[in-house]
Design a protein around this ligand. Sequence first.
Ligand code: PEP
Length: 273
Amino acid sequence: MQAWVIGNWKQNPATKHEVNTLLDSLLAAINSDENDTVNKVTHCQLMVAPSCIHLAAVSTRLKDTSVLCAAQDISAHSDSVGAYTGDCSAQQVADAGATWTILGHSERRQYHQESHDVLLQKLTHALITNLGVVFCIGETQAQYDAKQTFDVLDKQLAVIKSLLNQELEQQPEFINTLNERLIIAYEPVWAIGTGKVPTVNEVSATHEHIKHMVAGFAVPLSNISVIYGGSVNAANADSFAANAMINGALVGGASLKADSFLAIANAFSHTKA
Ligand code: PEP
């Protein structure tokens, strides 16, 4: 199974110049003949999610490369146009060159109170616009401490079930292609940007639970990719990559440096080859 290593740049870098510098070093390393990165990352699909303002420029630079470009979010209100100040629609981010979007990141849930219904709208808009979706779920520290992780994840995954219920009626073949267009990112909120990580065994057991739940929604989803996010770095990537339940990584801080991002990609490519 191909691994996914996805960089979530969040509200970074600050300037166009810094975006280009980051892309220069990323593409130079990927294209370098002296470097065996190309061979190593062939089993690993790379993707980066720049902020909305940099999306068109980044996707233009990535056009003829192996690196995919994603949005970090899309509007819940309309898949196209409308009076929704500050929003960018699925159609607009696709037109800017994104082929995927992250949805439900914990920072969106925390700072923008994204609910089940909002996420269902966004998921629907993305998929009908042919954007793939990296759907993020994860528990808080308090929920982890109270051993509520699986309950929390089940509630968050219910959005996928609602999506299937509504889409199945309209488009029976929709579900058969969903495996290729939907990735679940398990991101414990307490591990994001903190340097704290769950054990590989904990992540593995959680991914097994997620895969089991999603397969229960629809049989064709039994091969869904589930990736881990939360303080993944060049030093710990090998241990996550070595586990068969972990199909890749969603990377925040370490994706802002080409070296650490590609070290993570190499770790996954190596073990999934
Ligand atoms: C994230 O924000 O999705 C993330 C995983 O961040 P970090 O790698 O910095 O913990």
